[in-house]
Design a protein around this ligand. Structure first.
Ligand code: GTP
Ligand code: MG
Length: 194
């Protein structure tokens, strides 16, 4: 995918703050620190389009980005981190659920899972909820640069089993090496144009 423009459109908490529903949109969800913002930066090959951090809870609002004036990527705040202040944690569910349940131009979701972890109860709950809603879903195993071949296969198995997904549908991705970028772009284009 050739990226000629990638721009930040704005942040939102409530629907009236969203940009108009006039472009196909894909949202990126997952546990805090799983690598959502880094993945978006790698997809568009811009190091600093989206702010990333070692500290979980970096993204706290719904952030909209416009890609090639044609698609919109939505970086959602992460969940599941005990150290994130309570007020922020309480705000997460209504903010994210309202977006996911009500956004008319939302074509699908990318669910990120850390290659070094067993999916948490939160991951399973969200995965199940998305499957129930019938929203098209792409599961991505992130940070695969941290694992060797054998470990990768083992983790792929674990993630597939806990989220009841077919193993071969899970995209293996690294924001560091760029592995998986082309595969993910193909799946995203099919999702947004299909
Ligand atoms: P929140 O905004 O808190 O929900 O986190 P996030 O999911 O947006 O994570 P973010 O992209 O900020 O990345 C979290 C940390 O993981 C940062 O220190 C990144 O550098 C690191 N990271 C992200 N992706 C990768 C990857 O593919 N490989 C490696 N090795 N590190 C990564
Ligand atoms: Mg983030």
């Amino acid at each position: 995918m050739n990226i000629h423009s990638a721009t930040f459109v704005g942040s939102a908490v409530r629907p009236e703050q969203y940009p108009p529903a006039d472009l196909p949109e894909v949202a990126f969800v997952g546990r805090s620190n799983v690598g959502k913002s880094s993945l978006i930066n790698r997809l568009v090959n811009r190091k600093k389009l989206v702010r990333t951090s070692k500290t979980p809870g970096c993204t706290q609002l719904i952030n909209f980005f416009e890609i090639n004036k044609r698609y919109r990527f939505v970086d959602l705040p992460g969940y599941g981190y005990a150290k994130v202040p309570k007020t922020v944690r309480r705000r997460w569910r209504p903010m994210v659920e309202t977006y996911l349940a009500g956004r008319k131009n939302l074509r699908g979701i990318v669910l990120l899972l850390d290659a070094r972890r067993v999916p948490t109860a939160d991951d399973q709950q969200l995965g199940g909820w998305l499957q129930e809603k019938g929203l098209p879903l792409i599961a991505v195993m992130t940070k695969i640069d941290k694992l060797g071949r054998n470990q990768r296969q083992k983790q792929l198995e674990i993630i597939a089993r806990t989220l009841r997904l077919a193993r071969q549908t899970i995209v293996q991705f690294s924001a560091v090496s760029g592995e998986g970028r082309d595969v993910l772009w193909q799946r995203l284009q099919a999702m947004m144009e299909g």
